[in-house]
Design a protein around this ligand. Structure first.
Ligand code: NDP
Length: 471
């Protein structure tokens, strides 16, 4: 890949040089070396993008279901055509292991999911004698993080367009190369001008302009809980429609009847997904106290299945952290865990042997963790997992729910009815039983994990206003 300056943003159907002049360094997290720069957009650029989206809205919001499905199909094909390029950029700019092909395939899946949702969606419903019409909310600001850049852009754009909204995307500047390729794909899909605009710049600059803008009635945000609360406050002035997908501290509950040889590696897998940089990571592994020694033995044995290393090596499961800042954040939590009395079973602070460059951390497993410890309460966003014990099912549920977050949970049991019973007591937006997964089921959190839901029909409704017409 060339080491270049990305010096265009995408406004009104064209790649243009931004008014903003700040240059931001892009790093390869596996080496720590600078691989390029991106020229950041500013308030002026954001205003132009919002104006373009506003101009495009009347025509786009009047398109038929078939037109929108057609557009989503073209977007899907354009992303498929750039699959290898996107995977390479995800590896070089983010440190995604080559085996993580889902980094791009999930984006393709987002278009598939929204096409099937749109095919079946009822935009007009009858309620009593009234006709209820679901109408596009308008220009939508889509603000995304760096940890699954291609997917987040695809998912939010697909849903907004399906609803008839036009968009201004504000991605993380750390993902500028991936965003640029994604934007080229969007351009190749030949949408009407201004329907999708992409403005890479700082959150406090571009993001804030969007969240305060009177012509942007909707914000869909994925990122940290702290920034989510800032956006909530900023959006209050115009009472915007909001979806906030925020952080998590998800429990993996292994019930006492579970086959530990299957459940424990399943729990590790859910914790180490995306090198631990995942809001859905199952970072609190809850095991029955009577089986903790057995669970620890199995967990330690299976840790070798999660090797950290060069992202271009097909054997690598855990790549580097995205940035030095993220590396330091993870280190500070490992130190904190030790200070507060947790016991390191595998891993620990510092860099893994042979990986002294770049932002690699040692995949770390703690035991003797109690739910009041910092490592059990705060989102680490790295490959650091904790084993906690519980007395009985009620206690497991109590620990699982004793969190400011409620994004995801995992339950492992030999008895699926029992697992479902436990799931129905959990304060979490999604519960996976024995690894179960459904991409178009609603996604979002309870409590500090957010507001609203994404994916499928529930996600689509977030981009729609409801009008009752009574005769
Ligand atoms: P941040 O919240 O720091 O940033 C997310 C996005 O918001 C970035 O594009 C950022 O821009 C932008 N932003 C920052 N400040 C503002 C602001 N004041 N107004 C508007 N936009 C702003 O998160 P990270 O990028 O660090 O991502 C990691 C976090 O995201 C984790 O906490 C994780 O849990 C969460 N996350 C949640 C998911 C979910 O679906 N629930 C999924 C994935 C991640 P800039 O880069 O310029 O700061």
């Amino acid at each position: 890949m060339e080491q270049a300056v990305i010096d265009t943003i995408y406004v009104d159907g064209e790649f243009v040089i931004p008014h903003g002049t700040e240059l931001f360094d892009l790093h390869n997290p596996a080496s720590g070396k600078v691989i390029g720069q991106v020229r950041l957009a500013d308030e002026v650029d954001t205003e132009l993008a919002v104006a373009a989206a506003k101009r495009a809205l009347p025509e786009w919001s009047a398109t038929s279901r078939e037109d929108r499905i057609d557009a989503l199909r073209r977007l899907r094909e354009a992303v498929v055509a750039r699959r290898e390029e996107l995977l390479e950029a995800s590896r070089i700019e983010y440190g995604a292991p080559v085996r993580n092909e889902w980094m791009v395939d999930s984006a393709v899946g987002a278009f598939d999911g929204m096409i099937s949702t749109l095919e079946a969606f009822a935009f007009v419903r009858e309620v009593g004698s009234a006709t209820v019409e679901m109408v596009p909310v308008g220009v939508s600001g889509l603000i995304t993080p760096w940890n699954s850049n291609v997917f987040f852009i695809a998912d939010k754009v697909a849903t907004a367009l399906a609803a008839g909204c036009t968009t201004v995307v504000k991605p993380s500047e750390m993902s500028a190369t991936q965003t640029q390729i994604m934007t080229q794909a969007i351009h190749e899909a030949d949408l009407p001008r201004g329907v999708v605009n992409v403005v890479t710049g700082r959150g406090e600059v571009v993001g804030t302009t969007l969240t305060r803008h009177p012509d942007v009635p909707r914000i869909s945000f994925t990122g940290s809980t702290g920034v989510g609360k800032v956006i909530f406050r900023e959006s209050a002035e115009h009472l915007k429609s909001l979806t906030l997908e925020l952080g998590g501290k998800s429990p993996s509950i292994i019930l006492d009847d579970a086959d530990l040889e299957a459940a424990v590696p399943g729990a590790l897998f859910s914790g180490f997904v995306n090198s631990g940089q995942a809001c859905v990571a199952g970072t609190r592994i809850l095991v029955p106290e009577g089986r903790v020694e057995e669970a620890i033995e199995i967990a330690v044995k299976h840790m070798s299945e999660f090797p950290v290393g060069d992202p271009s090596d097909p054997a690598t499961v855990i790549g580097p952290m995205v940035s030095e800042r993220q590396w330091e954040r993870v280190q500070s939590y490992i130190h904190r865990g030790v200070e507060e009395g947790a016991r390191i079973l595998v891993g620990g602070a510092g860099r893994p042997e042979g990986l002294q460059d770049g932002y690699f951390v040692r995949p770390t497993l703690f035991a003797d963790v109690t739910n009041d410890m910092t490592i059990a309460r705060e989102e680490i966003f790295g490959p650091v997992l904790s084993i906690l014990t519980y007395r009985d099912e009620d206690h497991a549920v109590e620990i699982a729910n004793d969190s400011e977050f409620g994004l995801h949970a995992y339950v492992f049991s030999a008895d699926s009815e029992r697992a479902h019973r436990v799931a129905s007591r959990l304060q979490a937006g999604r519960v996976s039983i024995n690894g179960g997964y459904e991409p178009i089921s609603p996604f979002g959190g309870f409590k500090n994990s957010g507001i609203g839901r994404e994916y499928g029909a529930y996600g689509l409704e977030g981009f729609l206003e409801v009008r009752s017409v009574m005769k």
